[in-house]
Design a protein around this ligand. Structure first.
Ligand code: GDP
Ligand code: MG
Length: 422
């Protein structure tokens, strides 16, 4: 409901060029003296960890850029209109009215030039030539442009799934979360990074696929580079390897090389390795060697198909995620710069905003909670249980008690209603 907002932007108009003439004694009209108009202000979107929601842009806001000043006499240039930088939370996707993705602002500082300011018009002095000594005309500045944009906030992955195509990343995501990725027997089945919420006992983390990693991805080969940007905000990587592959060490190294040559600091991220497809025949001796060679990593032999070892991996991931969330919390309390999720981190329980709509009817208004709700498939009882479990975790029961909400009242979240019983 609140996770997509419309915003109308109007770029700054360019200033008009001036028509003016030099005043000279004895001459009625001296040389052309009109200066150029200033450039209109542009409007940018910039991702920032200091904003949490798109609240500010709700209700179809219109934002008007600054106009450039008109040119003046004495060849005086009009001042440029100041550019406007609209801050949006990390994870904001910008779309046009036809739903095309224009930009995906993942990391702090990522920016998108939404509208360029109009060019300033030239003053009459600019039109002087040998044939036209005293031009009596000037250009107007380029007019403003008006355009609608849509902003959508998406959940950012805490655990990033990496590995060669066909290793089983999508399958793992599908088996462990509510996301529904496309799975098939050929590479590049996933064209968008998919995220889902993975529940483990009474905890959860956000799992995201980083598809398209192949040799050369960090240099722009294939689609991988688009998705590599998403790794920067992960807290831990889950490296999936097809255990039946000819050379599992080579597969592992290849992917690591791409990730680390994209950003060397990513080598500091904790990593768990899953040797997948263990339901098939594979070389046990090679696996033993692999485990010895990479003993510094936790390594699991799993089968996504048969769900072997899946729970253990989920638990291990959650425990690392919890530790990393703690570290970030500590860091963000100090003044140090962190590159990992700060405010976006789901562990800092999102603020629960509940509004009374009517007698015995309440609505959960928190954008972030609604976003998570949307990721839960509510077609099954299990899904509903998960939603309730999640809401409990973010403190719904306590809050309702505190608000003295009566038993049997209806609670609405997004498009889903349920009854509250203490
Ligand atoms: N036998 C077996 N096949 C699997 C397993 N996990 C995934 N697959 C298959 O491997 C293929 C590629 O899986 P997919 O999840 O699309 O790989 P991705 O490219 O890494 O996302 C699909 O045909 C899956 O059904 C597993 O544990 N065992
Ligand atoms: Mg896939």
């Amino acid at each position: 409901m609140n996770d997509k907002v419309k915003i109308t932007l109007i770029s700054g108009k360019g200033g008009d060029g001036a028509i003016a003439f030099r005043r000279e004694k004895s001459v009625d009209r001296g040389g052309p003296f009109g200066g150029n108009g200033g450039r209109g202000g542009s409007i940018y979107f910039v991702a920032s960890t200091s904003v949490d929601t798109l609240k500010e842009y709700r209700f179809g806001r219109v934002i008007k850029g600054n106009d450039g000043q008109n040119g003046k006499t004495k060849l005086s240039y009009g001042k440029d209109g100041k550019d406007i930088f609209l801050q949006v939370p990390c994870g904001t996707v910008i779309l046009d009215s036809k739903n095309n993705i224009l930009a995906d602002l993942v990391n702090e500082g990522d920016s998108y030039l939404a509208l360029k300011g109009g060019r300033g018009g030239r003053g009459n002095a600019a039109f002087k030539s040998s044939r036209r000594k005293t031009p009596n005309f000037a250009e107007n500045g380029m007019p403003s442009v008006k355009k609608d944009f849509y902003l959508e906030l998406k959940l950012l992955a805490e655990v990033g799934l990496v590995g060669l195509p066909n290793a089983g990343k999508s399958s793992f995501l599908d088996a462990t979360t509510n996301a529904n990725p496309k799975i098939a027997d050929y590479p590049f089945t996933t064209i968008d990074p998919m995220t889902g919420v993975c529940f483990v006992n009474d905890g959860f983390f956000v799992l995201g696929d980083i598809p398209g990693l192949i040799e050369g991805a960090s240099k722009g080969k294939g689609l991988g580079i688009r998705f590599l940007r998403h790794i920067e905000r992960c807290l831990v990587l889950l490296h999936v390897i097809d255990v039946t592959s000819k050379d599992i060490s080579k597969d592992f190294e290849l992917i690591n090389k791409e990730i680390y040559s994209y950003k060397p600091k990513l080598s500091l991220l904790p990593m768990i390795i899953c040797l997948n497809k263990c339901d098939l025949d594979y070389d046990k001796k090679k696996v033993k060697q692999f485990k010895e060679k990479y003993s510094k990593y936790p390594i699991y032999e799993i089968s996504t198909l048969k769900k072997d070892n899946q729970e253990v991996v989920k638990k291990e991931l959650l425990s690392i995620v919890i530790k990393e969330r703690e570290k970030i919390k500590k860091l963000s309390n100090s003044d140090e710069v962190v590159y990992s999720p700060k405010k976006e981190n789901i562990s800092r329980n999102p603020e629960l905003i509940i509004e009374k709509i009517d007698e015995d009817y309440y609505e959960i208004k928190s954008e972030r909670i609604i976003r998570t709700k949307k990721l839960i498939n509510l077609k099954t009882d299990e899904g509903i249980d998960r939603l309730i479990m999640y809401l409990d975790k973010v403190g719904l029961n306590d809050k309702l008690k505190e608000m003295k909400v009566k038993n049997g009242s209806t609670i609405l979240i997004d498009d889903f209603e349920f009854e509250y019983f203490e």
